[in-house]
Structure formats: structure tokens, C-alpha cells
Design a protein around this ligand. Structure first.
Ligand code: ZN
Ligand code: ZN
Length: 261
């Protein structure tokens, strides 16, 4: 253990730890606000549109059990995200580009794609036998709800969110875009578990690369398919897309229940 020989150094590290603590608290508060507001919004939308329910025959009564896991999940997310952001703010990472009309959209798209790639492979790893014990909790809900997003073990949360600790060290992304990505990530994660397909669109199916709520819902109901999150690219390339995914999503656009599965 390194001895502290200089009181000034010790004071400096205490100040840095204090700054990090403030950032962590702000991020955690923002995550809680997003969780509650987005969750209530989808509960409202779901109640208004029962015809958009994806798994008609299944009811999820685990809402409070799922929410019980949310504080731990949110704390890990806040820790990883604040850690990466703080490292960038302190100049410990590669120097980010200043935000302008091209750096913003470019680095945001690149970072979202990289996270989706990260998520796909971590998710496949979690489905391997030695690691499944960290992921089993998340799969207790066969029919997910908007609250299922944070029903995960601390290890699973860390494995996914470690991306945000690492990315500022390899991508010179402006901090504003990191914040925007995290916000998108939180909202889209909840949307993916909403249990109701509110935004069915041709953009979510072949030949386009985007996913949808049906996409992740089928991961919960059929288990060994649809490991990605924002995009279906990796699942299409590697043969893990649920075979009836495109048809099922299309049925929510056109209201043709015969295509549903
Ligand atoms: Zn899974
Ligand atoms: Zn899920």
C-alpha cells in the first residue's frame, strides 16, 4: 500500500473523490427520474392501447419484485457512467473532439453501434452455462414489462455498463453525446421491455437494421434468439434472429394478427 507522505496530495485526492461523489449523485438522481417518468408514461400508453400487447396470453405480476432490483442496477449504471465521464473531464482519457455539427452525430452513431456490439457479445456470453447464473434473474419474466429493464444481477449490470467506463479511453466522443447516448440507452432499454409494441415501423424489420420492442420481447419469450438491442444486425449476420421476427413486427404495423407469433 502506498503511504501518503504529502498532506497536499491527500487533500487533492479527497477533493477529487468529492467531485466524483457529486457527479455520481447527479447521475443517479437523473437515472431515477428517467426510470419513474418513462415507466409511468408507458404504463399510461399500455393502458390506452391493449391491442398493442405483444404476448396476449401472458400476464406479468412481478412488477414489484422487478423494481426491488432497480436500486442496485441503477447504482452500478451510475458508477460506470460517472466513472467514464469523470475520467474524460479530468483529462485522463484520450482528448475528445469539441462538439459541432459533424462530431456530435458521427460519434453518437459510432458509439451506439459499438455499444450494441458490446451488448450482443456480453449477452451471448451470459447465455453460456458458466455465466448464465448472472443472467437468470433477468429471464424470470417471460413477458417483460417496462420495469423489467432493471431486473438484473449486479454482475450483469456491471458487465453491460463497463462499456461506459471504457469508451472515453478509445473514442474521442464529446461528453454531451455520451450523456445523450446514456439517456437514449435508458429510455430504449425500458421501451424494449414495455410488453406493448407502440412504435411498429418498417424501419424495425428487413431490410433495415433497427430493432423494436417485439425484438427483445421475443428474446424473453423464446430465449435463444434476438440478443442485440438497438440493431438486429448481429442477430441477422450470426443466425440468432427469431425466424418469425419480421412477420410479427409487420403484423403490428398492419394489424394482421395471422402473422403474429
Ligand atoms: Zn438473455
Ligand atoms: Zn430483457
Amino acid at each position: 500500500m502506498m503511504a501518503i507522505t504529502n498532506t497536499g496530495d491527500a487533500d487533492g485526492w479527497v477533493a477529487v473523490a468529492g467531485e466524483f461523489g457529486v457527479l455520481f449523485a447527479v447521475v443517479l438522481l437523473a437515472l431515477v427520474i428517467v426510470l419513474v417518468s418513462v415507466g409511468l408514461l408507458f404504463e399510461f400508453l399500455n393502458a390506452r392501447h391493449p391491442e398493442r400487447k405483444i404476448q396476449k396470453g401472458r400476464t406479468n405480476k412481478r412488477k414489484w419484485k422487478e423494481l426491488y432490483r432497480a436500486p442496485g442496477s441503477l447504482a452500478i449504471i451510475a458508477l460506470c457512467f460517472s466513472g467514464g465521464l469523470f475520467a474524460q473531464m479530468k483529462g485522463w482519457t484520450i482528448t475528445p473532439y469539441p462538439l459541432n455539427w459533424w462530431t456530435g452525430p458521427l460519434f453518437l452513431v459510432v458509439s451506439v453501434f459499438l455499444y450494441d456490439t458490446w451488448f450482443y457479445w456480453i449477452h451471448r456470453l451470459l447465455h453460456c452455462k458458466p455465466f448464465y447464473r448472472f443472467h437468470a434473474l433477468h429471464h424470470k419474466s417471460l413477458a417483460p414489462t417496462v420495469w423489467s429493464n432493471h431486473n438484473e444481477s449486479l454482475t450483469e449490470a456491471f458487465l453491460n455498463q463497463a462499456f461506459y467506463l471504457i469508451i472515453p479511453f478509445i473514442l474521442p466522443i464529446p461528453w454531451q453525446m455520451l450523456v445523450l447516448q446514456k439517456l437514449y440507452d435508458q429510455i430504449s432499454g425500458m421501451l424494449g421491455h414495455a410488453g406493448f409494441e407502440h412504435f411498429a415501423s418498417p424501419a424495425g424489420r428487413r431490410p433495415f437494421p433497427l430493432a423494436s420492442t417485439v425484438f427483445h420481447d421475443q428474446h424473453h419469450s423464446h430465449f435463444a434468439y434476438n440478443y442485440g438491442h438497438t440493431f438486429s444486425i448481429w442477430d441477422r449476420l450470426l443466425g440468432t434472429l427469431y425466424p418469425k421476427y419480421d412477420d410479427t413486427l409487420e403484423s403490428f404495423e398492419t394489424g394482421k394478427p395471422d402473422k403474429r407469433a
